[in-house]
Design a binder for this molecule. Structure first.
Ligand code: UD1
Ligand code: CA
Length: 437
């Protein structure tokens, strides 16, 4: 049966030695989403791929657990031992047994690849009616990448890895991006003939290019325009560099969409956060995970929005405020020094400075809800011990610890009564001077 949908194979079995980490490389997060999540999202957003096959090996169990929880249309296949990228792709043989059509191969450690590029790449491959297409890029500094070697007539010849390259080949600036498209029936048989007689003793996926050409199959290269997209993560330094690239991309898009960002260099905003126009992001804001922020809001400076937060319009989230897993309706203010977690705030709520929702039960290790309805106000430095409800227009006085629901239009106060000692200071001074003390 002809199937127009593409199957993706994502290579994620490698060790990631240079990360110097106990966590498998592809699970390292950017804004709380693992690198592999970015790749899975970019592929699934193309709408052209109906299934992803993730090749797992190093930290296989952890990676598999992540994939299972993250998406329904990806399956994992174990590669053990890890004998190279060619061997990795070959592991998808059984799962693809009955599939006829195009296979897309992507590395799990290139989180910046964009959906539009993948679409363009697949279309390029299909329109050319190629058996195999490899994505290439022109790098000023091509060190460590496989080089695209071409014949005098500019046609493709092969890919040579840095470690196997002669000084002449090392001069080549066209590199292998590590992303491929191929027709399964034509190319899969060639994997049987891969050899590992190279500098690393591995089965190189890159050797498929020469094999395909030798068989007389149409083999093409697609030259990537924006090199940032194939930035690979091999170290913690690379991880920090990728965040910078991602920020630049996200913040530029948000500003184009009408968000005001006072200082894009210090606005850390996850790409999965939607922000309405005329919202102002002040400096030193960190927004992680998936969130929605409405229009005309003011966020920061120094605000931390952690994940799963929905904010309406005209909301003020001020300095040193942390918010997590909460809904905040329009026209509400959380202006200073507060923690709002697992909470639902209505409209026109005012959260006084230093208000804390105590959402965590450390004995049962569970999170509890705080509900603050329309028009309610909290006094400064109040603690709302969840589960607790503040009904419409209710108030709690400054410094209160709220452990019971507050009725609508009512005030709650928990304070020891104030005592005032009249003239105490004067008296104290007089006694001190006269030597009575
Ligand atoms: C690979 C390419 C190189 C290209 C570069 C682009 C090969 C031989 N070389 O080199 O031409 O320029 O990518 O970034 O393919 N993996 C497995 N199983 C294995 C080995 C690797 O799943 O046995 C996975 C890794 O987890 C990684 C990906 O394959 O996600 C690439 O492997 P890596 O070792 O990083 O290859 P490079 O040396 O970067
Ligand atoms: Ca790599």
């Amino acid at each position: 049966m002809e199937n127009n949908k593409v199957k993706a194979v994502i290579l994620a079995a490698g060790k990631g030695t240079r990360m110097k980490s106990d966590l498998p490389k592809v699970l390292h997060p950017i804004y709380s989403k693992p690198l592999l999540g970015y790749v899975l999202d970019a592929i699934s957003a193309t709408g052209l791929v109906d299934e992803s096959i993730v090749i797992v090996g190093h930290g296989a169990e952890q990676v598999e657990t992540f994939v299972k929880n993250y998406t329904n249309n990806a399956n994992c296949v174990l590669q053990y031992p890890q004998r190279g990228t060619g061997d990795a792709v070959a592991k998808s043989k059984d799962i693809l047994e009955n599939f006829q059509g195009t296979v897309l191969v992507v590395c799990g450690d290139t989180p910046l690849i964009e959906t539009e590029t993948i679409i363009d790449f697949i279309n390029f491959h299909k329109n050319n009616k190629s058996a195999l297409t490899v994505m290439s890029a022109i790098f000023d500094n091509p060190t460590n990448y496989g080089r695209i070697v071409r014949n005098l007539d500019n046609s493709l010849k092969c890919i040579t890895e840095e470690k196997d390259a002669s000084p002449e080949v090392k001069q080549i600036k066209e590199i292998n991006a590590g992303i491929y498209c191929f027709e399964k029936e034509l190319i899969f048989p060639l994997f049987n003939d891969l050899k590992c007689n190279n500098a690393q003793g591995e089965y190189y996926l890159t050797d498929i290019v020469a094999a395909s050409i030798d068989k007389g199959l149409k083999t093409s290269a697609y030259i990537l325009q924006n090199n940032d997209e194939i930035f690979g993560i091999n170290s913690k330094l690379n991880l920090s560099e990728a965040i910078k690239i991602l920020n630049k991309r996200t913040n530029s898009r948000l500003m184009t969409e009408g968000v005001t960002i006072v200082d894009p260099d210090t606005a850390y905003i996850s790409p999965d956060t939607v922000i309405g126009r005329d919202t102002i992001i002040f400096p030193n804001v960190y927004i992680s995970g998936k969130n929605t922020i409405g229009s005309n809001c003011k966020i920061g400076p120094f605000a931390h929005i952690r994940d799963n937060v929905q904010i309406g319009d005209n909301v003020r989230i001020g300095n040193f405020v942390e918010i997590k897993k909460s809904v905040i309706k329009s026209n509400t203010n959380v202006s200073h020094l507060s923690y709002i977690g697992d909470s639902q705030l209505g409209e026109h709520v005012n959260i006084g400075a230093g208000t804390i929702t105590a959402n965590y039960d450390p004995v049962l290790k569970t999170k509890k809800q705080t509900i603050i309805k329309d028009g309610a106000n909290t006094g400064s430095n109040s603690v709302l011990v969840a589960p607790v409800v503040m009904n419409e227009n209710s108030m709690c006085a400054a410094g209160s610890v709220i452990t019971k629901d507050i009725d609508a239009d009512s005030l709650a106060i928990t304070r020891s009564p104030i005592k005032i000692f009249k003239d105490w200071v004067t008296e104290r001074l007089r006694k001190g001077k006269s030597g009575e003390e």
